[in-house]
Design a protein around this ligand. Sequence first.
Ligand code: GLC
Length: 564
Amino acid sequence: MTRDLIARTEPAALVGATFGHDWWQNGIVYQIYPRSFADSDGDGVGDLPGITSRLDYLRDLGIDALWLSPIYPSPGLDVGYDVSDHTTVDVVFGGDAAFDTFVDEAHKRGLRVVLDLVMNHTSDQHAWFQASRMSRDNPFSDWYLWMDPRGFDEQGAPIPPNNWLSWFGGSAWQWDEPRKQFYMHTFLVQQPELNWRNPKVEEAQFKMVRGWLDRGVDGFRLDVFNAFLKHPELLANPEIEGATLWARQQHLYDRDQPDFPELIGRFRSIVDEMPGRMSVGELFASEAERAVALTTERHMVFDWALLQAPWSSEAYADAIWLREKMFGSDRWLANVLSNHDQSRHVSRFAAALGIDDDARRDRLAKAAAVLLLTLRGTAFLYYGEEIGLPNVAVPDDEIIDPPARRASLFFPWWNRDQCRSPMPWTSDPNGGFTTGRPWLRMRADVDSRNVAAQIGRPGSVFEAYRALLELRRDSPALHGGDFRRLAVDERDVLAYVRRSGDDRALVAINFSTGARRFPLPPGAWRWRYDTVRGAIDGPVRSESLELAGLRAVILAADGSPAEG
Ligand code: GLC
């Protein structure tokens, strides 16, 4: 329904008017890791012309917006999250002209474009840092967090100013000889932290944001946004008991500062200068409570309760209940099961269930899709999940992810390369991703698990996503309705009702690999979707459903059921 409307809409009309301010509340955002999506020039690295060439595929899948992981110039040490210029597009991805073409072509298809803004830190190659490290009295000298040493040890080595740690291991402080001071970095040594308490930094960042809005960008994902502000005096964190070095500190002063909501409010007012723009913040190393505190009517936050829940009906019931209760009905939720930092959910859940065959893995992928696409909130998909793409095993001598290269007993780290492998499009060599050598290895089964093999094949994971996205778009209950969990006696079954006006959708998911019985609430129900039979219609004739292992169903109220 909405899709037809979008397809007929001219690009100019895409801004605001047709969809109102809240397109992102009803929409689906699809995350692309640009290096891994589609390579147009054979250098083995995905690029913007490659993504542009796949826009029809994305439109037909039924998503509403694309979020691109960073596309800016970067030395690539944190594979793009170490940005050396936020205002332009790296030539490796095709440069600025390719970006503008991509935005135009996306808009022509009714697809929005969301950029990843890395504003907590820059690359040490960024011109601001290059200037900042030159001296203590140049125009950029206080654009980063510089501190004198706390003293010198017996060998004369400078002692870091406080106990802050890097998330990527080791101290957060790096000695810099030119200035004879330490600078702070939450991530790599080559990712110095910006000083957001300097108004000039905020001004420069917001100017950059306006630049992207002027180029037609429809929204932003903010990288580790709750870390932007530190305590003004950079106080040491209190030390506590904990399993890892990071957990042995209470992170009171290196993130989540009380005046941060005002900063994010100022950012949001820049975004609101243009109608219909979306923003979502990535919560860094904090609990769901923080996500709630930082969510506003106009701004979403990724909390990690859904992504970190193990595959069980109890764990998901708890996570959903917790989020429903904490966020309430006036804060919009950002729902996600996979991203570029975490194990792909199909692999994560399959490992927990002890499954390693394709048939059951696909059933699992479809059941998880039913869950993700029927919860209240905006759903975020991660490229490849629509074909049930599992992680790729990367041998130690091929590891790219920098913290994974320094992982140890004291610094455990999951190699993020495993969830970033290139998209298999066809059964051609390298899955049709590139004519060259892929920058990161691909799975050995590209010839069987690829997009072409799944499009139009009944029962494929791709067709499940397509059907579910269509159903969600056409059902006010599913994309905007409230949420009520149903009490179910049967173990391993999670069931809930979404409701908007007269429209009601009932969802039941069997999390186990064994068969379970689900007694229906009273009333008349119609079939809408079944992971076994696909999109279907027709009355439900029994009072209970036999749910085979990992089967999930969606029913709609037929008339006005007593329950729901
Ligand atoms: C965010 C990104 C991650 C990156 C880190 C540092 O957490 O998602 O990929 O390594 O920020 O920029």
